[in-house]
Design a binder for this molecule. Structure first.
Ligand code: SF4
Length: 446
């Protein structure tokens, strides 16, 4: 029986969400093909030949793109069983079903995908699995042979402008935290699941053999389980001393586990992505981020002292953002010497309120949002001060131009913010140009 695993967008990375189930399904006897629409066209032949087409929908953009391609898949092969799996599948079940998906799987999806395959192969009606399954799994080494080469994906860009082939893996999924705006939370509910170290090491080894010189760990938070993560990177460095990597760690964990940061640096970590989100403590409280602006400043300072680059991400446009605190964010980025660290799209991110968001429990959010927009996969909202929505639109248009010079882009963002506030008195913050930090060439975010 033929299975086609299809990904639409994975932030420029070779998708673990295809390579991992490909291994499980092949082991179960399936003939598996992969099609990554982020880097190659839809393989109409593979769609037409498949008995099961499974689309990976881990995030917002991926799901929007999957919704666009679903009608095409069904037109090409109306007899195939269609499944959507990943974080966004269970939360958007009615919409995806209406578009033609038969089965929706979220959480730890590999076991459920194999069970679905086995029932279909045995000509049994698919047993409706729970929309979210979280039992611990023993992972198989991802099967990457059917994916496009690493050169098709985002690469590591070094401060001197040179680039290196980058790979991607995951050492854990889910998260033990409950940030209100986070789409991981409605599915994992404060739990995380590890991927066994030998599996992760074998996955990295395969990619190194294929030319990877850098690995992105896509764990929502690498320090959810430091007892898992630290021995992993130590062994990784022992086996591949020249390999570099990057991880995502929340501000709270950067401070709590500050003693572990030198180990990251000494084992090849080049930069740490951290979701700062806001520099207003009242907004951080609304998001339940469990850090303050002062914590962010401390974490940024300690990473700099340690020689680890910080790649901060922000959520600057929320219902609580004011023109004053947007300007304060820009000011603080300049004061902390982080202009070269901030990817342009970060100045324009606007709060998405997905299905199941804990934000809906806040009375002011509940009062603000309009009915759920299925096609947008979120609850629409308008800022009480329309100047903020206009500013966000303008900055979003600006960052789309792909300005590679982050300092020049920062100046343009600053000017737009001052124009929105009709403020010509606040001058551009003083900042001295710094060396760009290592980063991945993919400019988009979620
Ligand atoms: S720490 Fe990150 S991944 Fe975990 S709940 Fe918060 S935003 Fe989500």
């Amino acid at each position: 029986m033929r299975v086609l695993l299809l990904s639409t967008y994975e932030l420029g990375h070779p998708p673990f969400g295809l390579a991992s189930p490909a291994a499980w399904l092949a082991e179960a006897g399936a003939t598996v093909a992969c099609n990554d629409l982020a880097v190659e066209p839809l393989n109409a032949e593979a769609v037409a030949a498949a008995d099961l087409v499974a689309l990976y929908v881990p995030m917002h953009t991926a799901t929007r793109l999957a919704a666009e391609v679903l009608p095409q898949i069904i037109a090409l092969n109306p007899r195939a069983h269609v499944c959507c799996y990943g974080l966004y599948a269970p939360m958007n079940e009615p919409y995806l079903r209406r578009l033609g998906a038969h089965t929706l799987l979220g959480g730890e999806f590999e076991t459920a995908l194999v069970a679905l395959y086995q029932r279909l192969a045995a000509h049994l009606p698919p047993d409706p699995p729970p929309a979210v399954s979280l039992p611990r799994q023993t992972f198989r080494v991802p099967k990457r042979e059917a994916l496009p080469p690493l050169s098709a994906y985002a690469q590591l860009v070094l401060p001197d402008g040179s680039s290196r082939l980058a790979g991607y893996t995951e050492a854990s999924r889910g998260c033990k935290h409950l940030c209100r705006h986070c789409p991981v939370v409605p599915v994992y509910g404060g739990q995380f699941r590890i991927i066994q170290r030998p599996t992760v090491l074998a996955d990295v080894a395969w990619q190194v053999e294929a030319g990877a010189q850098h690995i992105t760990f896509g764990d929502p938070d690498f320090f959810n389980g430091p007892g898992h993560a630290i021995p992993l990177v130590q062994e990784l460095h022992r086996r591949h001393p020249a390999l570099t990597y990057d991880v995502t760690i929340k501000i709270e964990h950067l401070l709590k586990h500050a003693d572990l940061l030198p180990i990251l640096r000494d084992t090849g970590c080049l930069f740490v992505t951290s979701a700062v989100e806001a520099v207003d403590d009242a907004i951080l409280e609304k998001l339940d981020k469990r850090h303050t602006t002062a914590d962010f400043i401390r974490a940024a300072t300690s990473l700099r002292q340690m020689g680890l680059a910080l790649n901060p991400t922000f959520l600057p446009f929320t219902p609580w953002t004011t023109l004053a605190n947007y300007t304060h964010l820009l000011q603080l980025i300049a004061d902390l010497g982080l202009i070269e660290n901030v990817a342009p799209v970060q100045y324009a991110i606007r709060l998405l309120i997905p299905a199941g968001s804990l934000l809906l429990a806040l009375p002011d959010v509940a009062a603000l949002v309009l009915p759920f927009d299925e096609a947008a996969l979120s609850y629409p909202w308008a800022h009480p001060d329309p100047r903020l929505d206009r500013l966000q639109t303008d900055i979003f248009a600006l960052v789309q131009t792909g300005n590679a010079d982050r300092a020049a882009l920062f100046e343009q963002v600053w000017r737009l913010a001052q124009e929105a506030a009709a403020d010509s008195t606040t001058s551009l913050p003083l900042f001295s140009p710094r060396t760009p930090i290592p980063h991945l060439s993919e400019p988009w975010y979620c």
